[in-house]
Design a protein around this ligand. Structure first.
Ligand code: ATP
Ligand code: MG
Length: 193
């Protein structure tokens, strides 16, 4: 279904339930690519902590030869960036306001749950927001997320277009920095700009 900076995303069928899942495959080799391994372990730990309808569900997590697999619920309408690109290709007609408002509530609902559980997402952007079969939105890609109570030293994390000013200036990242990024995402969804 796609590929990201950390690995391939494979569409997979459960051998017992025959349902579709997405397996995020992260390659690593001992002594090599350890950063990828630690991001994968971190993402799995965070996703096990965050069980919520607005957050992509992690079903399983296992190593196989020199890869780690994160087995995620399959969001069949892909990510919001693809939906925006599709709209632009089809003549640039904006999403209808009901859909945009629904996504806005869903994004804030998922984000609020993260913050209540002490997690900063730190990379909110359209390609990290997934849409399921009902076009309901789910937060995904917690690879660079961090814990509010033990944040890393200030760093410029995420994509510049969605970064809050304090993140650009490498000051403290807070829950408000995530809300800023969420606002930019929704502005993009509403205006397609
Ligand atoms: N559960 C899923 N269902 C459907 N598509 C998915 C799912 N998870 C990921 N994808 C697709 O794969 C892409 C990459 O996933 P993700 O952002 O988790 O990986 P990444 O390697 O951390 O990406 P990047 O570093 O490029 O942001 C998403 O933008 C989306 O298009
Ligand atoms: Mg991503």
């Amino acid at each position: 279904v796609g590929s990201g900076a950390s690995g391939r995303m494979l569409l997979a069928k459960g051998s017992l339930d025959r349902k579709l899942y997405v397996a995020k495959q992260i390659d690593f080799q001992a002594g090599n690519n350890e950063a990828a391994l630690s991001y994968a372990l971190h993402e799995a730990r965070i996703l096990f902590l965050l069980r919520h309808p607005r957050i992509v569900h992690l079903h399983d997590f296992y190593p196989q030869s020199s890869s780690i697999f994160l087995v995620l619920e399959y969001c069949e309408h892909g990510d919001l960036a693809k939906q925006i690109q599709q709209r632009l290709r089809d003549g640039g007609m904006a999403f209808d306001p009901e859909t945009a408002i629904k996504w806005w509530y869903q994004l804030l609902d998922g984000l609020d749950f993260c913050h209540e559980h002490g997690v900063l997402h730190r990379d909110l952007k359209p390609s990290n927001l997934l849409l399921d079969s009902e076009f309901d939105l789910k937060l995904a890609d917690f690879g660079v997320s961090s814990l509010i109570h033990s944040p890393p030293a200030p760093e410029r994390v995420g994509s510049r277009r969605y970064m809050a000013p304090e993140v650009v200036e490498e000051l403290k990242y807070s829950t408000k920095s995530d809300v800023w990024s969420a606002g930019i995402v929704m502005m993009e969804a509403l205006t397609l700009k």
